[in-house]
Ligand binder design. Sequence first.
Ligand code: ADP
Length: 434
Amino acid sequence: MFQINRICCIGAGYVGGPTCSVIAHMCPEIHVTVVDVNESRINAWNSDTLPIYEPGLKEVVESCRGKNLFFSTDIDSAIRDADLVFISVNTPTKTYGMGKGRAADLKYIEACARRIVEVSNGYKIVTEKSTVPVRAAESIRRIFDSNTKPNLNLQVLSNPEFLAEGTAVRDLKEPDRVLIGGDETAEGQRAIRALCDVYERWVPKARIITTNTWSSELSKLAANAFLAQRISSINSISALCESTGADVEEVALAIGMDQRIGSKFLKASVGFGGVCVCVCVSHRESSSIYISKYLMDEGAKLHIYDPKVLKEQIILDLSQPHISEDPLRVSELVTVSVDPYQACQGAHALVVCTEWDMFKDLDYEMIYDHMLKPAFLFDGRRLLDQLHPRLQNIGFQIETIGKKVTTSRIPYTPTAGVPRISINPEPPTKKTKV
Ligand code: ADP
């Protein structure tokens, strides 16, 4: 059996970074190098402040960084030395040509395939980890097949990642399943076996599924679609709850106890956040970015507070062409605050789109005192559920998902000038940076 001793992962993002850190942690005898074109991202992986926050990730990285886990910008050397190359680069939505605004742009994946074929010799297993449209492996293989070299033998596998934001390390250490797809040829099966051997060091064999390449690619997209459907369904029920007086949490509990339905992924919220929701146009994009877009389109001045994400990243995310056509407008409308109390000062409304517990412990009396009245509070993830009665007593006009809170509602008519809104965004995760 071919033994994988050295792994190179191209792309130190949300998928590549945590996945390869956990592989290195679980397999101390495998040498893992994560590479990226983005030097500041690599520097962050090599520092005390990792570019991604996930519970337990820092401990995992620190346990093996510099021993068998390395982060580097020397992409060619890492590819050349590796037995297995993961491609974990981003697949953004196309902004041009056919499929613009819908299809996944495979240009970064194809650039990796070209680089691999150029610098490699001998036998290597190339594995797509990024979420890709079905038959993306074909475009990798086509690049390999049309650039043959003597002694070069590149096998292509699909091994999609199913981690969820907030539980990435646990999902990687104790996955529900590991999916590996490859060719049905003897060569393909040999490559599958070699990758199975890596995972079998910590994942029970029964949880490692092997399929053909296309089933593997499609399973990832289908799983995302099913999860998105569940959230869409509970969000629709949530709207019904708001107009009928039912409480969506009670409804979710009641229907989730039916074993055919199950209780997971029945939490109503302001957006999908946390899974790739679009089949073939995969973006895990944060709902707080879209809420910000909506509010900016309405001319609202936003004061954003996030305990983890850097100001530059927040501004960059909001300046993406599909969020704001004019980056200057972002700098006019958006202020990033370093303190939640400062962000709420003089605001008409406070929008909470996070699940971070620290927001439960804020001094809401003080916040209320410094907001304009009526002071609106939009609890987009029902983080403050238990506090709603107290917050109402303080005087907040509360709106939440899936239940009526404030009954004697004062109609919201903004006073002169543009409303000032304060946003506490979602936790920082892959593409959840605001
Ligand atoms: P994902 O969520 O799929 O991990 P991210 O956007 O978080 O996506 O990360 C993808 C990473 O891949 C980025 O850090 C980007 O710089 C990197 N990347 C994209 N193209 C290349 C390439 N050709 N070579 C090396 N790194 C790349």
